[in-house]
Ligand binder design. Structure first.
Ligand code: ZN
Length: 202
């Protein structure tokens, strides 16, 4: 399976990082080795002093698709989840400065937290609340209404480039409030009020 991630999909997050609003979705990949195994803590990698959490709504693809029309995108997923796109912001800043790819900053081991999934019938995909708590304090509070590109548009867009396969996961971008993690932090994600994950940082 592969993980397809969308960057800069919430206007307020684009502002907080002083990025330009993109003309098209920003897309990057994480390999399956990036998935943080269930119940494992997240270990801050030794090559970064500034790892950020980014809470994101996840979509799990349920069948093969290519050149999907946005009006049929809903047929390609049954489950919605929540996760974290851990980002080594200092490494990313260097990559950006030099115009280099982001993988070292975004696709390292443990950088993809994948929490619980819920049937799409149980949630309103285009009006879905989600939150991240750091040590029981709310740090990110998002709603999918604020996405620049909605889930169905993202599926259509990325499927022009990558054949989607059953089990692939799309990270749909983070709202504002991203920040640094420190040793012994606890990160808890809520999707429509339900706990989707809780991880410790080491
Ligand atoms: Zn992200």
């Amino acid at each position: 399976m592969k993980i397809i991630c969308i960057g800069r999909n919430y206007a307020k997050h684009i502002e907080e990082l002083e990025n330009e609003k993109p003309e098209h979705p920003v897309v990057f990949l994480k390999p399956d080795s990036a998935i943080l195994p269930r119940k494992n803590p997240f270990f801050i990698p030794p090559f970064s002093n500034d790892v950020h959490y980014e809470v994101e709504v996840l979509v799990k693809i349920n069948k093969v698709g290519k050149y999907i029309d946005a009006k049929f995108s809903h047929k390609y997923y049954d489950e919605i989840g929540l996760g974290i796109d851990f980002t080594a912001r200092d490494v990313q800043a260097k990559c950006k400065e030099k115009g280099l790819p982001w993988e070292k900053a975004k696709a390292f081991d443990g950088s993809a937290v994948i929490g619980e999934f819920y049937p799409k019938e149980d949630v309103e995909i285009n009006n879905l609340n989600f939150q991240l708590f750091k040590n029981d304090e709310i740090v990110q509070d998002g709603n999918t209404q604020a996405m620049l590109w909605k889930v169905d548009e993202l599926i259509a867009y990325v499927s022009q480039y990558f054949t989607l396969k059953k089990g692939d996961i799309i990270f749909t971008g983070t709202p504002s409030g991203v920040g640094k993690v420190s040793e012994n932090d606890t990160l808890k994600g809520l999707l429509a009020g339900k706990k989707a994950f809780e991880i410790r940082v080491k």
